[in-house]
Design a protein around this ligand. Structure first.
Ligand SMILES: Cc1cc2nc3c(=O)[nH]c(=O)nc-3n(C[C@H](O)[C@H](O)[C@H](O)COP(=O)(O)OP(=O)(O)OC[C@H]3O[C@@H](n4cnc5c(N)ncnc54)[C@H](O)[C@@H]3O)c2cc1C
Ligand SMILES: NC(=O)c1ccc[n+]([C@@H]2O[C@H](COP(=O)([O-])OP(=O)(O)OC[C@H]3O[C@@H](n4cnc5c(N)ncnc54)[C@H](OP(=O)(O)O)[C@@H]3O)[C@@H](O)[C@H]2O)c1
Length: 370
């Protein structure tokens, strides 16, 4: 049987085999472990890869939009990106970004309603950041359905693969944080995480996926190489895969994980797996639960506490990985790495920068951040 090349335009249709909360009932967030089923061998992947998923919009929101537009959804429009005619309902469910409207679309609306606020560029950006298509249609009409095709496209969402094919060959595991936030007094749900964590029914809803291979963010080729893994929050996902695979292949290299979340009692993802590895001497584990004490403790603080050992591991050739939040965490971890190298290696700023640049060039400092 030949293996197809699945892609964004030709995705593999998977289904959820199992979905469970990783966070406890007392947690302030919801993070899910999701196992997708794949036919054995039909969706080859390696540890460190991610999957792209093509989510669909919340059908209730789409129905509300159709009501505002005064249409049934069975009308057709021509989608020039797909070069095909589509039912309006399908277009809104699968193709359009209905949670954010960009200024070209706003200008179309404004063309129909000159009183539409705002003119000023900064105010406009803020306005568009906090208004969905439905919010806008509630106050301003859209007279021409074909204008919907000017909405931004609904883009795929990516999730790190959290299992090794050596251990679960016919499954893809994901660690998904269910994104919710409030704007304009309204609770909003992240499109991809809502689709995976709440909307999709186990064994029923097709989940279109394709592989997003990683270039270097994978296990070291040498099974004896040491790894330092920094991954707070959902950044843990690829490391679960790394560790599963190293165990399955009986790799001798040392493994050191820095994991962090909000509260130990409710947010210690994969606790049994990780603590068992630790007690078997297969994993060195440092934990940073940020909201358990009076002061925030983050993974980089734990790195600093362990700076002598961390420096020794680096000098002995360890690979250094960072996965998770790009906005703050990855930058702060990078700054801490610089500080540790500078202090422990007694280096000037320039020597430190050179050392870390070389780590990157040697593909021993690898990041997968988002
Ligand atoms: C390579 C890669 C791997 C990834 N791996 C994982 C993973 O393993 N697990 C995981 O959970 N995620 C992962 N992500 C992130 C994931 O792809 C999605 O970005 C994430 O799930 C959010 O998507 P969403 O569709 O649910 O939210 P969206 O619908 O995209 O909404 C998120 C957006 O909402 C807005 N927003 C969020 N909070 C607020 C707020 N407080 N106020 C105003 N606006 C706000 C922001 O504009 C934000 O960009 C990964 C990303 C990449 C690129
Ligand atoms: N808006 C939402 O509802 C929502 C939900 C989930 C994820 N997200 C986004 O998705 C991405 C990943 O989220 P995630 O669920 O994996 O977890 P996360 O939000 O990255 O948090 C994981 C842990 O990292 C801590 N942290 C915060 N800032 C840090 C920093 N500068 N350095 C080191 N650690 C830091 C957090 O602490 P504290 O939180 O206690 O500061 C928490 O203990 C982030 O970009 C996040 O913003 C948003």
């Amino acid at each position: 049987m030949s293996i197809k090349n699945y892609s964004r335009t030709n995705p593999y249709l998977s289904r959820i085999k199992e979905r469970g909360l990783l966070t406890g009932l007392s947690s302030t967030k919801k993070t899910y472990h999701i196992a997708l089923e794949i036919e054995n061998g039909q969706f080859p992947f390696k540890v460190g890869d991610s999957v792209g998923i093509l989510p669909q919009n919340d059908p209730e929101e789409v129905e509300a939009i159709l009501r505002k537009l005064g249409c049934f959804g069975a009308e057709t429009i021509f989608d020039s990106r797909e070069n095909a005619a589509m039912l309006v309902r399908d277009f809104l469910l699968h193709k359009a970004n209905i949670s954010r409207v960009h200024s070209p679309f706003f200008k179309l609306l404004k063309g129909q309603d000159p009183l539409l606020f705002p003119e000023n560029k900064a105010k406009l950006a803020e306005f568009l950041h906090t208004h969905t298509l439905l919010n806008l249609l509630e106050k301003h009409p859209l007279n021409d359905l074909s204008h919907l095709t000017k909405l931004m496209p609904l883009l795929p969402r990516f999730y790190s693969i959290a299992n090794s094919a050596h251990v679960f060959p016919d499954e893809i595991h994901l660690t998904v944080s269910y994104v919710t936030y409030t704007t304009n007094g309204q609770v909003r749900k992240g499109i991809g995480s809502y689709f995976l964590c709440a909307y999709a029914q186990e064994s029923v809803t097709p989940i279109p996926i394709y592989l997003q291979p990683s270039n270097y963010f994978t296990l070291p080729a040498d099974p004896a190489a040491s790894m330092i893994l920094v991954g707070p929050g959902t950044g843990i996902a690829p490391y679960r895969a790394f560790l599963q695979e190293r165990l399955a292949l009986n790799a001798s290299g040392r493994n050191w994980l820095f994991f962090g979340e909000r509260n130990r009692a409710s947010d210690f993802y994969y606790e049994t797996f990780l603590t068992q590895l630790e007690s078997q001497g297969r994993l060195r584990l440092d934990l940073a639960f940020s909201r358990d004490g009076p002061e925030k403790i983050y993974v980089q603080h734990k790195m600093y506490e362990e700076r002598k050992s961390l420096w020794a591991w680096l000098q002995e050739g360890a690979f250094f990985y960072v996965c998770g939040d790009a906005e703050e965490m990855a930058k702060d971890v990078d700054a801490m790495l610089h500080r540790i190298v500078g202090e422990e290696g007694s280096m000037t700023e320039e020597e430190t920068r050179h050392y870390i640049k070389q780590l990157r060039a040697d593909k021993r400092y690898l990041t997968d951040v988002y």
